[in-house]
Design a protein around this ligand. Structure first.
Ligand SMILES: *Cc1c(COP(=O)(O)O)cnc(C)c1O
Length: 411
């Protein structure tokens, strides 16, 4: 990549010693000996911190960065994040508990997600975190809790915008959606809020995820802010924060280019100027998950069998779809493509072959690599799947086929 602002963690960002992948100073072989046998996920804390630094250096200083912990809710990872970002975004009582156990202040934690239970709402109100309300019913429930406890809950409105993030991996807004309150209904809800025992905090406008097109991200961020400016006219008080979402993608597949941050940074500078005029004192938040952690994580499993079926080599591993649904292509992907996969203890080998990497499950979906060029591997070798730091461990059906779950380590 030519642009200085294109940051991309690839295999080149990981140390290789004697042909073996290293993470946090230890080779996979050493890690397996020290931590226990594969399969496991391992996340490199230095790479996570480096990514946050790179993003902060690239973006205007005034932009606040929040971590959406569903991308990787491992408590050690969330704790690390809490020391380096400005807030945490959670979407369940379980995630809230993890966030509250870190150094992050409750006021810097927000809780989004449709269908929050009464118990979750009570927990959030008691903790003093911001609730991103997803419906009028939810607002009613929060008011009931406020009245019963004599507290003033912090409430932001999750807005279902009237636009969508173009070419996103996963569309989560525009048209009819289960997320947020439709933009056209928000003025009435804000009017109602003036009479309610809640503190209005701001707007949460999330319009998509995994986007690698800077123009699309710029456009949706500009539209989010324009929408927030319009809606703020009806708010009980000016918004403290406007969460414009994130959407920054990472390259997973051949041909994917790492995101060029410079146009996004330039657009945000302009938006900050506008905000200073229209809503002085309002903080702009970007909420990111995979961009922080996705490239810092590797999934490791071991080859337990090697077989040839009608000319096609299969490397059968002790890991698979039940540990890493996304790498198998079954986590929302329309067309299956290979994640970056290597034989982790034969890096640089010139003895190559075309092979498929599969898991132990009795389903053809259990595929980690489909006819890839790999170093010729033997039983006992390690397979590494890169770009596995987000939506890996926690987004996989560990119980399917009742194999043991993988381990997880932060190094
Ligand atoms: C999942 C989610 C994110 C994070 O998405 P990434 O693609 O991991 O950056 C951010 N905001 C909200 C509201 C989400 O639901």
């Amino acid at each position: 990549m030519s642009s200085a602002l294109s940051v991309h963690t690839t295999i080149e960002d990981f140390e290789v010693r004697d042909g073996c992948l290293c993470i946090g100073g230890n080779s996979i072989t050493e890690l397996a000996a020290e931590l226990g046998p594969s399969p496991f996920y391992v996340y490199d804390s230095e790479l996570i911190k480096k990514r946050i630094r790179q993003l902060r250096d690239a973006l205007p200083k005034a932009i606040s960065l929040h971590y959406a912990i569903k991308a990787n809710p491992m408590p050690e990872v969330v704790d690390l994040m809490s020391h380096h970002i400005d807030g945490l975004d959670v979407a369940s009582a379980g995630e809230l508990e993890i966030a509250l156990s870190t150094s992050c202040k409750p006021a810097d934690i927000s809780f989004a997600g449709p269908g929050k239970s009464i118990a979750e709402l009570e927990m959030a109100v008691a903790a003093g975190v911001t609730l991103n309300v997803e419906s009028e019913t939810e607002l009613d429930r929060i008011v009931t809790i406020a009245q019963a406890t004599g507290s003033r809950p912090r409430v932001a409105i999750r807005v279902n915008p009237d636009f969508e993030l173009k070419s996103s991996g996963m569309k989560m807004s525009g048209g009819s959606k289960p997320f947020g309150i439709d933009a056209e209904q928000v003025p009435a809800v804000l009017g109602l809020m003036k009479t309610l025992p809640v503190d209005f905090i701001g707007f949460h406008i999330f319009s998509g995820s995994q986007n690698l097109r800077p123009e699309a991200i710029c456009e949706s961020q500009s539209q989010a802010l324009e929408l927030a400016f319009r809606l703020a006219a009806d708010a009980p008080v000016p918004p403290q924060t406007i969460n414009i979402g994130g959407g920054l993608g990472i390259p997973y597949f051949p041909g994917d280019q790492p995101l060029d941050l410079s146009p996004i940074a330039a657009n945000l500078s302009g938006l900050l100027e506008l905000t200073k005029e229209r809503l002085p004192g309002t903080e702009i938040v970007m909420e990111l998950g995979r961009y922080f952690v996705g490239e810092a994580g590797v999934y490791i499993c071991t080859i337990v069998d090697r077989k040839v079926s009608r000319g096609q080599v299969y490397l059968v591993t002790n890991g698979g779809l039940h540990h890493h649904l996304a790498a198998s292509g079954n986590f929302g992907q329309v067309i299956r493509k290979n994640y970056p996969v290597i034989i982790a203890n034969r890096i640089g080998s010139s003895d190559l072959e075309t092979a498929s990497v599969v898991g132990p499950l009795c389903t053809p979906l259990d595929l980690l690599a489909d006819r890839m060029t790999l170093a010729k591997a033997q039983i006992g070798d390690f397979v590494a799947v890169f770009q596995s730091g987000a939506y890996g461990y926690s987004a996989s059906p560990h119980n399917f086929l009742s194999h043991p779950p993988p381990n997880e380590y932060l190094r």
